[in-house]
Every structure is written in structure tokens, then in C-alpha cells.
Design a protein around this ligand. Structure first.
Ligand code: FMN
Length: 609
């Protein structure tokens, strides 16, 4: 069966229903062949419910998770819902998707923006098609964009879709800002605009208190075959176990404000390659103690092996066979605070009582403040919720993997050149540490904490936007803090290639003797005439000085390099710094030149909020 078959069926308005009601069993008494003594006749039953297609463009799972909320509520409102990963919408399948969309009562797109105003990986082919074949995209629709105002191209993908899709716009475009409260923005749009606008297409809402059917079924034992990977969690299937050979602290002084920054070198597993300054995707592991306490609390057998299955042409959410312990370590996000919609779902699994009341309250509009105090600010993940706060909820293992969010990979820009280090890759990892404001417990970031302690990690490589120009073209690199990672890689590459173009680095940190990363390497490049270095120590003097301030002071140099010599500019680090750097660049070379560089790919930024 090709991967579009379920959609093709749905598009005809018919669904194959294989339930105890719709399946007719025919018994042949006295049959010669005992294997055919019982035969199932599967009848095609017309699904008369209005079709609601729910598409997601998602990089880190938020849009996908919100699609599941729309799906659950849509079913309760009498829609025939289908959640569609935009990864599947490509040139070959385009016609089928258009047909399916035209037949639906509504097509809702939840679209995140990634990179610098770019599509998420799973939506890149779809966006390419949308940009090239505009006439075709005509069907009833609405769009909700997921973005973050800290980025220059806020919600670029949501806005693009809203502009390019034609056909009836059933409800106005909505968008959410992850810098503030994206879930609240989404709820306001969903409850105040979306259902109001399309609710009339189906019956009135009938909110169900029953727990939904699990889409991912656990089959205990080792024998079940490994099904096709689900594209939204393909990274679990692509990752390979890699050995960490170097794990070294590179902060000169860890006793002050800065926590810990590790220089990590990983041996490339067989068959894995990278290009200079690509991204390393790391699959974090949940802390052992947390996994063990959850297993003990819920009474699971950690060593039990299982596989997954599901209806239709099932696509597995993680590789199986797996054990309970390994699954809770690698695939289930036990630490991240659940969204309010997750709590609402979890309430359906709770027995009548205090926990259920609390979950219903926290997930309601009135409970917003309590949710922020008790869950978000206190950083309560699903493991703590189940073992300490709602101890009467005894989820089965199958329920748990269906309710809990998936553990997402974390991306680090590789800090080595692939031509200098073809057999290993380097990462520069700031270890996130803090103290829980409510409990006073210390916590460590799930991925950086894992990397800081382990001698092995599950890893894959993803292309980044960092590309070098010709060897004679000058480059300007702006990489304060761990934003130095790709700049170190680019420098290694340029020196190895004996590139003639000038290399100019703007680096910033708090203090010279505290957190100047890779100081010896930088000084060596400067001594050998490979690099010009401009430093910004923010706390060495009374006035704070940042890289953007130093750039403005060096305006003449930058202007000459960019305007007269065609220099490329690279920026890596926090979004706020990135915005200030672009502002400084505009101040020095003018808005039009910066726009031109962006269009030509000569201003390359990788920023995180
Ligand atoms: C590396 C990175 C780049 C991003 N770039 C943008 C951007 O250019 N514009 C924007 O509005 N939001 C941007 N965002 C914010 C995401 O779109 C937002 O957090 C969204 O909720 C993520 O949804 P997802 O989890 O479904 O991928 C970026 C986020 C990350 C991590």
C-alpha cells in the first residue's frame, strides 16, 4: 500500500471501518478448511461527518502537539479529523493532497517558522511547492502561525501561507508568540475565533470525559516487526550511538556567575559525515533516578520488551522493539512542564478526586495563574507531576507514552572543521543549571546535563546555514559566548585552506579571565596573522560593552570590508544580540545593503531565543 492510501480513501468520503459494529463476521459451519472457518468481511461505510484536515509544520513538536488538541476537540464536535504531517506533501503526492483538501470542509494549518524566517524541515518541500504553484492551492482553509517576536522574520511561514492559499478563508489568520505565551494565544484563537467560525459545519460540542483511544498500541514481547518511522520523529531512527573522547571544562573560572561550558569531541560513527559548522542533533537522556522513580511509582517492569502498532498503515513514533526503561530514558519527555492542553488530557485518565479536580482547574481559563505558578515557574514535568503531585493517577505504560510529550533533540552548531577533523566533531556546550524556585531543588538542563556526564551520546547531523564564500572573500564573524562555536569551525577551515580573504572576529564575554572561550586558539590565530580579533568584555568596566558596541566603533573597517570588498557576515548567539548586531550593521552600511546581503545569503545568522 503506498503511503497516501489512507488519505485517498478519506478523500472519497469513505473510510474503512473495522470495529465490532461495522465488521460483519460470517461463520461457515462445516467448512472443509478450518483456517477459513471464520472470515471477516470488511464493509466500506460512508463517513458522513464533515472532514477537518489538520496540517502541521513543526520543528520541535509544538505545532504538532497543538494539532492533536484540535483533533481531540474536533472529534468531540462531530468532525472527521485527520492530522497530516506536511513532510508527506511533496511533488509526487501534490495532486492527491490537493484533491483531499478540496473535499474537506476545512483545512487548518498550524505553521511554525524556523531558522531566519524559514520553514521547518518537515514543511520545506511543501513551501517550495506553494511558492512555485500558487494557482493550485485553492480550498477552504485557515492558518495559525507559531513564531517568536525575538526573531526578525516573525511568523514568516504563517503569514506566507495566509497570503498564498486561495479558496474560502473560513476564519481569519491567527498567530502565537513563543516569547510571551504561545499556548494562550492559540487558545484565544481556537476558542474565540476558530471553533466559532467553523463550528457551524458540524454539530454542537459534546465534551467527553472518557480517555481517548490510544493511537500507539503496545504489543509486549520481542517478535512484532519494526514498522515504518513516523516522519515527525525520524530523528530517533537516524541517530547513532557515538563515543565522546574529550569532555573538558573551558571556563577559566566557574566560581563566578557563569556555570560551566564544555568542549566536547565525539568520534563520528561509521557512515556519518558532516560539513564544517553543520548542526549536531543530540538525543538527550532523562536522568536515571527520575526514570527509576517513575517506573517504581507506576509499578512497571523496566526490563519488559515491547513493540508498537496502530491502525491503518501505522508509523512508529520511536524505534522498537524497546524496553520500558530505555523508552522512558530516551523517548518520553519527563522533565518539560506539560502544556495546559496536556493537563486537560491527563485529567481524563485520573480517578474522581483531588488530582482530577486540580488538573481540570489548572487547564481551565480561570486556572491560568495557578498553572503558571505551580507548573511553569516550578518547572514541574510529567514525572514529578505523577510521582509527587497527582499520585492517585496510575497510568498504564501504553497510556503514558500516548499522553506524555516526546523528548526532542537539541541542536548544537558544530565547532570544528570537517576537513581538519574528518573523524570527529566538536561541540561547545553551555551547561544549563538553576534552582527550582518552589522546591529549592537544583536542576540541570536535560541535554547539556546529559552531555556533561556521559561518555556516549545518540547523535545525528543536520545541515546548517553556515557556508563559506570563495577563499579570497573576507569574512566578519560575530559570535559572543557559545556563539563562538561555528566561528571556530570556519576559522579552522579557512586556515586549513590557506584562504587569502581576511578573517575578522568580534567576540564577547563577561570577563577576560572568567569566560573567554578558546582564548589560546584565538591568540594563536592572531599571532600567526590568520585573524583580526575585536573583544567586548561586558563586565570589566563600569559601562557594559557588547559586541554590537565594538562593531559600531569599528564602523569604518566593517564598511570597507562589506561595501568595498564584498565581505560575508556571520552571526551566532542569542536573538537579542543578533537583532542588535543587525541594527549596528545597518547603521554602518545602510539598510539597503543589509537587505541585499540577506537576499544573497551573505549575512548568515543562527540565533536562539
Ligand atoms: C532555531 C530557531 C529558529 C527560529 N526562527 C524563528 C523565526 O525566524 N521567526 C519566528 O517567528 N519564530 C522563530 N522561531 C520560534 C518558533 O517558531 C516557535 O518557538 C514555535 O513555537 C516552534 O514550534 P515547533 O515546536 O512546532 O517547531 C525559531 C525557533 C528556533 C528554535
Amino acid at each position: 500500500m503506498d503511503k497516501l492510501s489512507p488519505i485517498t480513501l478519506a478523500a472519497t468520503g469513505c473510510t474503512l471501518i473495522v470495529t465490532s459494529v461495522a465488521v460483519y463476521k460470517v461463520f461457515f459451519s462445516g467448512s472443509k478448511d478450518s483456517s477459513t472457518a471464520s472470515k471477516e468481511v470488511v464493509e466500506e461505510v460512508e463517513d458522513t461527518r464533515p472532514k477537518l484536515n489538520i496540517y502541521f509544520g513543526s520543528q520541535t513538536g509544538t505545532a504538532e502537539g497543538l494539532c492533536r488538541v484540535v483533533e481531540r476537540e474536533g472529534k468531540e464536535r462531530g468532525f472527521n479529523c485527520e492530522v497530516i504531517d506536511l513532510e508527506d506533501w511533496e511533488e509526487d503526492s501534490h495532486e492527491e493532497f490537493i484533491k483531499n483538501a478540496k473535499k474537506a470542509a476545512c483545512n487548518v494549518f498550524l505553521m511554525a517558522t524556523y531558522g531566519e524566517g524559514e520553514p521547518t524541515d518537515n514543511a520545506s518541500q511543501f513551501i517550495k511547492l506553494l511558492k512555485s504553484e500558487t494557482d493550485d492551492f485553492e480550498f477552504p482553509h485557515t492558518v495559525f502561525g507559531l513564531g517568536n517576536t525575538q526573531y526578525e522574520f516573525y511568523n514568516a511561514m504563517g503569514k506566507l501561507l495566509d497570503k498564498k492559499l486561495s479558496g474560502e478563508k473560513l476564519v481569519p489568520y491567527g498567530e502565537g508568540d513563543d516569547d510571551k505565551n504561545l499556548e494562550e494565544d492559540f487558545e484565544n484563537w481556537k476558542d474565540g475565533v476558530f471553533w466559532d467560525g467553523i463550528g457551524g459545519l458540524a454539530g454542537p460540542s459534546e465534551e467527553s470525559n472518557a480517555k481517548p483511544e490510544n493511537a500507539n498500541k503496545v504489543v509486549w514481547g520481542k517478535s512484532a516487526p519494526t514498522p515504518t518511522p513516523n516522519p515527525s520523529t525520524k530523528f530517533y531512527f537516524d541517530a547513532k550511538s557515538s563515543t565522546i573522547t574529550v569532555n573538558r571544562e573551558i571556563l577559566a573560572d566557574t566560581s563566578k556567575g557563569a556555570n560551566s561550558t564544555k568542549h566536547i569531541e565525539v568520534t563520528l560513527p561509521k557512515g556519518m559525515k558532516y560539513n564544517t559548522a553543520d548542526n549536531a542533533g543530540i538525543l538527550p537522556h532523562n536522568p536515571k533516578a527520575l526514570v527509576n522513580s517513575l517506573i517504581a511509582h507506576l509499578g512497571f517492569d523496566g526490563s519488559a520488551t515491547f513493540s508498537l502498532s496502530g491502525s491503518g498503515e501505522y508509523k512508529s513514533i520511536f524505534p522498537t522493539p524497546s524496553t520500558v526503561h530505555s523508552t522512558l530514558t530516551k523517548y518520553v519527555d519527563l522533565l518539560a512542564p506539560p502544556r495546559r492542553s496536556d493537563l486537560k488530557l491527563l485529567a481524563k485518565y485520573a480517578p474522581e478526586g483531588l488530582s482530577k479536580d486540580m488538573l481540570v482547574r489548572l487547564s481551565s481559563k480561570e486556572g491560568k495563574q495557578e498553572y503558571e505558578d505551580k507548573i511553569l515557574k516550578s518547572y514541574v514535568g510529567i514525572a514529578t507531576l505523577l510521582t509527587k503531585k497527582c499520585t492517585d493517577i496510575k497510568l498504564s505504560f501504553e497510556d503514558l507514552i500516548n499522553v506524555a510529550p516526546r523528548l526532542q533533540p537539541r541542536y548544537y552548531t558544530i565547532s570544528s572543521s570537517s576537513s581538519v577533523h574528518p573523524k570527529s566533531l566538536h561541540m561547545t556546550v553551555a551547561v544549563t543549571k538553576g534552582v527550582n524556585s518552589e522546591s529549592g531543588d537544583k536542576y540541570v538542563g536535560v541535554c547539556s546535563g546529559h552531555l556533561a556526564e556521559t561518555s556516549e551520546c545518540d547523535m545525528f547531523v543536520k545541515e546548517s546555514s553556515f557556508k563559506l564564500p570563495s577563499d579570497s572573500t573576507p569574512i566578519i564573524m560575530v559570535g559572543p559566548g557559545t556563539g563562538i562555536a561555528p566561528m571556530r569551525a570556519l576559522m579552522q577551515e579557512r586556515v586549513n585552506r590557506k584562504a587569502k580573504g581576511r578573517n575578522v572576529l568580534f567576540f564577547g564575554c563577561r570577563k577576560k579571565n572568567e569566560d573567554w572561550l578558546y582564548r589560546e586558539e584565538m591568540e594563536e590565530w592572531v599571532d600567526k596573522g590568520n585573524m583580526e580579533l575585536h573583544l567586548a568584555f561586558s563586565r570589566e568596566q563600569k559601562e557594559k560593552v557588547y559586541v554590537q558596541n565594538v562593531m559600531e566603533n569599528k564602523g569604518e573597517l566593517i564598511k570597507d570590508l562589506v561595501a568595498n570588498q564584498g565581505a560575508w557576515v556571520y552571526v551566532c548567539g542569542a536573538t537579542r544580540m543578533g537583532a542588535d548586531v543587525v541594527k549596528a550593521l545597518k547603521f554602518v552600511v545602510g539598510d539597503a545593503k543589509v537587505k541585499d546581503m540577506q537576499d544573497k545569503g551573505e549575512l548568515i545568522q543562527e540565533l536562539w531565543a
